[in-house]
Design a protein around this ligand. Structure first.
Ligand code: IMP
Ligand code: MG
Length: 341
């Protein structure tokens, strides 16, 4: 078995969907597995010139001969899942035949939705994600196999990946959210999500560690965040300008995303911990448009300029600072198109 992983290195919305879709065009992959999270994700994907937004369904759905699975690391809302399938089907994508759900994924139940519906502290996506994971780990949850609506879609990860006689799997693992939303790696607990968002979480879905070939880390040239921690965005109009140019509104929540510059050392940390081999830096076109180049520096770091962020003189200097922070063996891909890398 072979596997590649697409993982977020920031706080979600780092163009993982775009990267996954781009990689699938190669025709190499047999499976596309979403490995964590739920409908809290919103992946904007351009397929044959049309824009689609997926929430739970893996990007492999747009390609023939790719088996798509909502993995056991996910929690799933049956009604929303079926609605998303039908909408894709109505738009000419053969989703009903292509998508399966791991029998041991957990169900987002009505009570989870009700509990999350008026959440106003963390700024969740209100999809019932947190309560569903809490009940999974508290051993009071419900598995997909016990949900009538999901019965037609069930599959077993072990059989999918280890049955002799099937084509040798080459799996693309598609992540939701990102490194700094992970419950363990967040710098800002409890403003995190409730599922693990690293390569370790991808492995938990049935792919052995030594099958991993490439890890694509997704990041943007600036950071965005859609929760309620107001301190995220520094008080300067430049960040609103970037948000406007980048059309930074949540694909799931519709909320205006908060913006700040990238800290090269945070980026390095996420690259290192995930074992990233290829780093895709998206939205270069937006900083070019606004013509603002900046980075963030933490207080206790080597370079302490006495403030949280500073401007750099131009794109070249920006790229140099990022490249200097990233381990040299990592290939950096600078991307300025929403449709590819
Ligand atoms: P939850 O995952 O809905 O519980 O939300 C917890 C935090 O994660 C909130 O700050 C959300 O805005 C954020 N979040 C969850 N999913 C995504 C995503 O796909 N993109 C960006 N932020 C997300
Ligand atoms: Mg998103």
């Amino acid at each position: 078995m072979k596997a590649d992983v697409v993982v977020g290195l920031q706080l979600g919305d780092e163009a993982k969907g775009k990267i996954t879709h781009h990689l699938l065009k190669s025709g190499r992959y047999t499976h596309c597995i979403r490995f964590n999270g739920s409908h809290n994700a919103g992946h904007s994907i351009y397929h044959n010139g049309r824009k689609f937004i997926t929430h739970m369904i893996p990007a492999g759905v747009f390609f023939d001969n790719v088996d798509c699975i909502v993995g056991p690391g996910c929690v799933i809302n049956p009604d929303k899942f079926i609605k998303e399938l039908n909408e894709l089907q109505d738009n000419g994508i053969n989703a009903q035949a292509a998508v399966r759900v791991a029998y041991n994924a957990h169900v987002i139940q009505d009570k989870h939705l009700e509990e999350d519906a008026d959440e106003s502290k963390i700024g969740t996506t209100r999809m019932g994600n947190g309560p569903a994971y809490r009940d999974k780990y508290g051993r009071t949850g419900m598995r997909a196999e016990s949900c009538d609506k999901l019965k037609p879609y069930l599959t077993d990860m072990y059989k999918e990946l280890f049955s002799p006689g099937f084509r040798e799997p080459f799996v693309l693992l598609e992540g939701g959210q990102g490194f700094f939303l992970d419950p363990d790696w967040t710098d800002n607990y409890p403003y995190n999500t409730s599922s693990h968002c690293t390569v370790a979480a991808a492995l938990q879905n049935g792919v052995p560690y030594n099958s991993i070939r490439r890890v694509y880390g997704a990041a943007k040239v600036y950071e965005t965040y859609s929760g309620f921690d107001e301190s995220f965005q520094p008080n300067d109009d430049v960040f609103n300008k970037i948000g406007d140019a980048g059309k930074e509104f949540g694909a799931t929540t519709g909320r205006r995303r908060k913006i700040r510059f990238v800290d090269p050392f945070d980026l390095r940390k996420a690259v290192q911990v995930n074992g990233v081999t290829h780093l895709v830096m998206s939205k270069l076109d937006i900083l070019r448009e606004v013509d603002v180049w900046g980075i963030r520096y933490g207080k206790d770091r080597k370079y302490n300029y006495g403030k949280d962020w500073k401007y750099l003189s131009n794109e070249e200097e920006f790229r140099m600072v990022i490249e200097a922070a990233i381990p040299p063996e990592v290939e950096i891909i600078w991307s300025s198109s929403p449709e590819g890398i």
